[in-house]
Design a binder for this molecule. Structure first.
Ligand code: FES
Length: 118
């Protein structure tokens, strides 16, 4: 399969790797963490606070906050806006800052979208 950068005769820097929950993921320089994860077949990497529904890239432009990850210890970064750097350590899931706060309202379970998330 032809890569898009070959179609325009671009000469990107060599690929490098990041670690996503300990698994090496290849990155083309300039890719975001979210694009690299998506390219590696990772489609969801956290769950909603209430209901445990899977989330990953949704808007891809920094609006929805569905793609939160922790990168090098910095929590709640939007993967779709965070440029991957060689050796980045990405963690997902509850380490991505989606833990409920102690003062968060407790859902009554009567509505599936009680938390306001899709
Ligand atoms: S995918 Fe929507 S903010 Fe990242």
């Amino acid at each position: 399969m032809r890569q898009p950068y070959r179609l325009v005769r671009a000469r990107p820097e060599p690929e490098f790797e990041i670690s996503v929950d300990g698994v090496p993921v290849p990155v083309v320089p300039g890719q975001t963490v979210g694009a690299a994860m998506h390219g590696a077949g990772i489609r969801s990497w956290r769950v909603t606070r209430f209901g445990g529904r899977p989330r990953g890239l949704f808007c891809g432009i920094g609006v929805c906050f569905d793609c939160l990850v922790t990168v090098n210890g910095a929590p709640s970064l939007r993967a779709c806006l965070t440029e991957a750097r060689p050796g980045d350590l990405v963690t997902t899931g509850h380490n991505a800052g989606d833990r409920p706060r102690a003062d968060a309202p407790v859902p009554d379970g009567s509505a599936s979208d009680a938390d306001g998330e899709r």
